[in-house]
Every structure is written in structure tokens, then in C-alpha cells.
Design a protein around this ligand. Structure first.
Ligand SMILES: Cc1cc2nc3c(=O)[nH]c(=O)nc-3n(C[C@H](O)[C@H](O)[C@H](O)COP(=O)(O)O)c2cc1C
Length: 161
């Protein structure tokens, strides 16, 4: 979140896309939570010119996803990402981990951006050194369970292209 840190300003895709398409005179590319061909079709139906996917590709070998992040994304029990300010100093979405559970998702504790990531750095490094992501920002979208390890330019089965 950049323009505001007020979570009440967040809008769902179904409401946001048609309003944006009406308000601007530019092609609108929609992203966030799109993880398969149905997701692409639905935003096109809402007036988008295109769709973009991020999280769906995070297990691909081409992605610079860290080892600890890959391990947690591959865990079939992980299906939950939430908005937190603990890692960045501003709200951003990541897989729920120990620090988010113990301190609460939104807290007055983190220093302002860009100092929050430095503050949590030593805990993060210690945890990662033993292969854990308890204090790591595990950035991910709402469709965490959609990630697939697809090699070398092959089509993503969920998208069909
Ligand atoms: C590893 C990762 C890093 C990200 N970093 C940023 C970032 O620095 N700035 C930002 O605005 N969004 C960031 N995002 C959010 C992406 O913009 C978001 O994932 C994108 O809208 C695609 O949505 P999707 O991941 O649900 O497909 C990041 C997402 C991931 C998964």
C-alpha cells in the first residue's frame, strides 16, 4: 500500500475493475489473486485489457524465490496469506508465519519504512540459518496454493498457455 495505509480503502477486484475501466482512458491490466484461466477470463469480462499473475509462478526455477520461501510455499498445509506491516513498515501481504501470529498482523511496533526490515533483520537471519521462515516476509498473493514448479518455459497448466 502506497497512497494510504488505511485498510478500509481496499477494494475487491470485482468492484474495483469496472470503476477503474470507466474512470481512465487507458488499457487496464488487472493483477492480484489471478491464478488460472478462469481468473483471467473473469477480469476480461469486467473490462480489463489484460491480466498479470505473480504468485502462481513463484515456484518456477526462473523465479528468484529464496529456499526458505520455496519450502513454505510447497507445503500443502499453507493456504493463508494476510496483510501485515511487521516486515516493511507499511501493509503488504505474506504467508502467515510465527511473528505475524505472535505480534498481530498490524502493529505499532515496527519502525517506519525503510527501517522495519532492518529492525527484524537479525531475527530473520537467525531463523533462516536453521531453515525456518518464522521472521521472514513470505510475500504472496491470495492464491498461495496455486504455485506449481514448472520447468523451462513450459505452459502453466492452470492458465493453459
Ligand atoms: C515475492 C513478492 C514480492 C512482491 N513485492 C512487491 C513490491 O515490492 N511492491 C509491490 O507493490 N508489490 C509487491 N508484490 C505484490 C505483487 O505486486 C502482487 O503479487 C501482484 O499484484 C500479483 O498478484 P498475485 O501475486 O496475486 O498474482 C510482491 C509479491 C510477491 C509475491
Amino acid at each position: 500500500m502506497f497512497l494510504s495505509e488505511d485498510l478500509t480503502t481496499q477494494s475487491g477486484t470485482v468492484a474495483l475493475v469496472p470503476q477503474t475501466v470507466s474512470a481512465v482512458d487507458l488499457p487496464v491490466i488487472v493483477t492480484g489473486g489471478i491464478a488460472d484461466a478462469q481468473g483471467v477470463s473473469s477480469v476480461i469480462a469486467l473490462g480489463a485489457a489484460g491480466a498479470q499473475a505473480g504468485t502462481a509462478y513463484m515456484l518456477c526455477p526462473e523465479a528468484k524465490t529464496s529456499a526458505v520461501h520455496r519450502k513454505i510455499l510447497s507445503d500443502v498445509a499453507v493456504h493463508h496469506a494476510a496483510v501485515t506491516n511487521l516486515f516493511y513498515g507499511r501493509p503488504a501481504r505474506g504467508i502467515v508465519n510465527r511473528v505475524m501470529q505472535e505480534l498481530g498482523l498490524l502493529s505499532d511496533l515496527p519502525p517506519v519504512i525503510p527501517f522495519a526490515s532492518t529492525a527484524i533483520g537479525p531475527l530473520r537471519a537467525g531463523s533462516e540459518s536453521i531453515g525456518k521462515g518464522d521472521f521472514t516476509p513470505l510475500w504472496a498473493g491470495l492464491n498461495v496454493s496455486c504455485c506449481q514448479e514448472i520447468f523451462g518455459g513450459k505452459a502453466h497448466p492452470a492458465f493453459g498457455f
